[in-house]
Design a protein around this ligand. Structure first.
Ligand code: TYM
Length: 386
């Protein structure tokens, strides 16, 4: 789909030892998060910063405790703004190309936590234009349809009406186009070529689109007529956009957007991230609990070839996706997680039993989440940008 673009982007993310690729369009290979911090010029998330958030929230979110959120840009400044009584806000988004999977939920659950802690507005962008422009197999009606479908997932994560403003790039264009134009006038074609690797054969919609993802960094400020410090919780694959936006922010009279980056929930197969483009390797929030459980039972693990070898040598949680799902989402109790790890390493716990335990938890999660999604249908309008 995008070989010339990939070539350009690979340069900025190439890993000497392997084949790591981390771009807004592709995440693959074994991901070295320390290398990403170095390459993207971000800062590691310190214990002190984690504690500052936890103090405000009243507890430390499991994703902070376990370094799922691992990197940031100017989070300290954003927190200082808040402490000084100045306005702060949150921004995140979704490219609605299909149903939502468990990986997408990581930054959204975290947004809910931050929204409650800081009583902050959350601007949530649905980029139905981006996915239409990028994918030959999707019509505009389909991406717009997924906007409303995916919005139910956002609401099911527990964000607050009144403080949450979900918008579609296409259907809410009247609220965003003027600001998008202001942004696009300050970004040259050579900049987007360098940052995103666009080539002459890319459609011109794609080369304009980054202005809209950038624009939302300033949307709250623009609407409120005052400067609001914007924090973006998202996985690190979106970082190209923020590097570009930070370069133009001050020229436009806005603060540079700040970021807090999460790691990727792995797929059910080996390497990379859970991605909607590999449906068999992802668990979608719309999967029936039975289908999700079946997918879990077929997942890649860090187990040995035979039970006998597993008993002798023990498993390898460090490369196991089942362990990763406990770690990222499903086992919040640190003592229970440590017990799983211990039993796995000792060989006492075999993969079949470990998967069956997780499958049960995934089923319980989905039943509850799908109930919340269903209830969200009647409340959708309360969350849309007005
Ligand atoms: P999209 O739809 O690819 O991803 C939505 C959000 O989910 C994160 N993400 C993941 N996090 C953990 N594990 C995974 N396996 C995983 N896969 C995806 C992404 O980083 C993202 O936060 N262009 C964007 C839409 C967008 C946006 C934004 C995203 C517009 N404005 C601001 C974040 C922040 C996109 O296509 O996201």
């Amino acid at each position: 789909m995008q070989s010339p673009r990939r070539e350009a982007l690979d340069l900025s993310t190439e890993n000497k030892n392997g084949n790591m690729v981390v771009t807004p369009w592709e995440v693959s290979g074994e991901i070295d998060y320390n290398k990403l911090i170095e390459r993207f010029g971000t800062q590691p998330l310190t214990q002190e910063l984690k504690e500052r958030i936890a103090k405000k929230a009243g507890f430390m979110h499991v994703q902070l405790r376990r370094d799922v959120f691992f990197s940031h840009r100017d989070l300290d400044w954003w927190l200082n703004q808040y402490d000084a009584g100045r306005p702060v806000g949150l921004y995140t988004g979704r490219g609605p190309s299909g149903h939502v999977h468990l990986g997408h939920l990581l930054p959204w659950f975290f947004c809910k936590y931050l929204q409650e802690a800081f009583d902050a507005h959350l601007y949530f962008q649905m980029t139905d234009d981006e996915k239409f422009l990028l994918r030959d197999d999707l019509t505009l009606d389909q991406t717009i349809g997924y906007t409303y479908d995916n919005a139910l997932d956002v609401i099911a994560c527990g964000v607050k009406p009144g403080l949450t403003h979900i918008f579609s790039d296409t259907e809410h264009i009247q609220h965003i186009y003027k600001l998008g134009l202001q942004v696009s006038k300050r970004i040259t074609f050579s900049t987007v070529k360098a940052v995103f690797g666009f080539t002459d054969s890319d459609n011109i919609g794609l080369t304009w689109y980054p202005a809209l993802q950038a624009m939302t960094c300033f949307l709250q400020s623009y609407r409120e007529g005052r400067n609001v410090a914007c924090l973006i919780p998202a996985a690190i694959d979106q970082d190209n956009y923020w590097r570009m936006t930070r370069d133009i922010a001050e020229k436009m009279g806005y603060y540079k957007p700040t970021q807090i980056h999460n790691k990727f929930l792995p797929p059910l197969t080996q390497g990379g991230k859970m991605s909607a483009s590999q449906p068999d390797a992802a668990i979608f929030t719309t999967d029936t609990p039975e289908l999700a459980a079946k997918k879990v039972m077929g997942a890649f693990t860090g187990g040995r070839e035979t039970v006998k070898l597993q008993n002798e040598l023990g498993g390898r949680p460090e490369i196991c996706n089942i362990y990763a799902y406990y770690f990222y989402l499903f086992e919040e109790d640190d003592a229970k997680l440590a017990e799983i790890e211990k039993q796995c390493r000792s060989g006492a716990l075999v993969c079949g039993d470990c998967k069956a335990r997780l499958a049960k938890m995934v089923k319980v999660f989905l039943v509850d989440f799908q109930e919340k999604r269903e209830k969200a249908k009647a409340r959708l309008d309360d969350y849309l940008l007005k």
